[in-house]
Design a binder for this molecule. Structure first.
Ligand code: GTP
Length: 405
């Protein structure tokens, strides 16, 4: 829940920045305004470049669509929309932007080197070329797209109701699909939809396109940087911070702390008896328990089946109760490990199959812990060694127990 709320901060930040820039417009000189009009090309271009380096097809699609949209705005829509071809291209853009963004939302994030993504880009390029050629040969065909001078709607939107509906659908898909797939919400694409909707919907507002498309590009950069940092500092399997994050946190930790090394007992046997997949599920379950440690402790995956818990501002005797709770909690927990390979897709066939031969297995796991604190050694490496050797004494002492330095 908190993770999802944190994810809403970057789009909110970009939106507030966009509003502040709008309020500052009267104070900007000609040079600054000229820079502002180039800004979307710079930030969306940078976002596209980052997506290429990180092999992220969805972000590349989003940044590319925003670049294309802004290029169309700067080249063709600087005249009043009641004139040709500005009005026609505006209407075409307001239909194509939500469709393109929606397409990149629906399609899986395969990486841009995936043949499917390259074929899609080829199709989009052919489609754009066909529209441009038709536009040159038969401009009259596009007259029906010209904005009508009918009654203004409630919000005084410049776009047609069809375009409004497409933007709404693309936005809803961008928010709903990650929830349905039980994935983390990526705010980049829904925000690109929202920011381009605001731009085209209220197109008459001065510099709206430069401000909103810059905000969209900035958000793409922030979100990509955030997920790259996540990759660097988060363990892929268990989704808790990794050893690198521990070494980063230690630098800003202060002089009083306690460190517990936690090692899963007889983990090799679990792997050997139930398979590597089940072993992975056990590691995830242990990590989930460790993450919920009380007393202000923070859990990290140190490597393999070894974890550690760091308590800032505490000594060994102040954390033993929390660690004891943790040890008991893990030992009492009946983990149901699912055999993924034999797991049927539908619930019905699953029940049938489980009736015949149950492949899910209940596993009891225990952990051994060793604790040391900042008084036990001069440097963090020394404290780590001390807690590690305490942990080995816990193993020698029969496992499923805690030893102090
Ligand atoms: N499934 C899985 N296994 C891992 C992973 N990382 C390390 N391992 C396995 O963890 C096992 C660790 O075994 P050992 O170091 O002998 O320790 P142990 O069997 O837990 O024995 P004790 O620590 O003495 O209780 C090895 O078999 C590794 O292959 C991982 O990410 N997933």
């Amino acid at each position: 829940m908190t993770q999802s709320l944190v994810r809403l901060l970057p789009p909110l930040f970009c939106l507030v920045l966009a509003m502040l820039t709008y309020w500052q417009l009267p104070h900007l000189d000609a040079e600054q305004i000229s820079l502002l009009t180039q800004l979307p090309f710079i930030v969306c271009g940078l976002a596209a470049f980052m997506a290429i380096l990180a092999n992220r097809s969805r972000d590349l699609g989003g940044a590319g669509t925003m670049l294309l949209g802004y290029w169309l705005i700067t080249v063709f829509m600087q005249e009043p929309l009641s004139t040709e071809p500005a009005g026609q291209i505006f209407a075409l853009t307001s239909l194509c932007l939500p469709v393109l963004l929606g397409l990149f939302i629906i399609l899986p994030d395969t990486g841009w080197r995936h043949p499917g993504f390259l074929v899609l880009i080829a199709f989009i390029s052919i489609f754009v070329l066909i529209v441009i050629s038709l536009f040159q040969w038969q401009p009259l065909w596009f007259d029906t797209l010209m904005p009508s001078a009918g009654d203004p709607d409630l919000l005084n939107l410049k776009i047609s109701s069809l375009s409004g509906l497409l933007f709404f659908l693309a936005f809803t898909l961008g928010v709903a699909l990650p929830i349905l797939h039980k994935e983390q919400l990526d705010t980049s694409m829904p925000s690109c939809v929202l920011f381009s909707f605001i731009t085209l919907g209220w197109f008459g507002i001065p510099q709206i396109s430069s401000i909103m498309f810059s905000a969209a590009g900035l958000l793409l950069i922030i979100n990509q940087t955030h997920s790259l940092l996540n990759m660097v500092y988060r363990d892929e399997l268990t989704q808790i911070p990794n050893r690198r994050a521990l070494l980063r946190d230690v630098r800003s930790m202060g002089s009083t702390y306690a460190l517990a090394m936690v090692d899963v007992d007889h983990f090799k046997k679990i792997n050997d008896n139930y398979g590597h997949d089940v072993g992975d599920q056990v590691l995830k379950a242990v990590a989930t328990k460790l993450r919920r440690v009380s007393g202000g402790g923070k859990a990290y995956r140190f490597g393999g089946e070894e974890f550690c818990v760091l308590f800032r501002g505490r000594h060994t005797d102040q954390v033993l109760d929390f660690l004891e709770d943790l040890r008991r909690n893990i030992a009492d927990y009946d983990m149901t490990a699912r055999d993924k390979q034999s797991r049927p897709r539908s619930k019905k066939s699953g029940e049938k199959k489980r009736g015949a031969s149950r492949r899910d297995c209940n596993i009891r796991v225990t952990v051994s812990m060793g604790v040391a604190d900042s008084q036990d050694a001069l440097h963090f490496e020394g404290v780590m060694k001390a807690s590690d050797s305490a942990m080995y004494r816990a193993k020698e002492g029969g496992r499923n127990q805690i030893k102090t330095c």
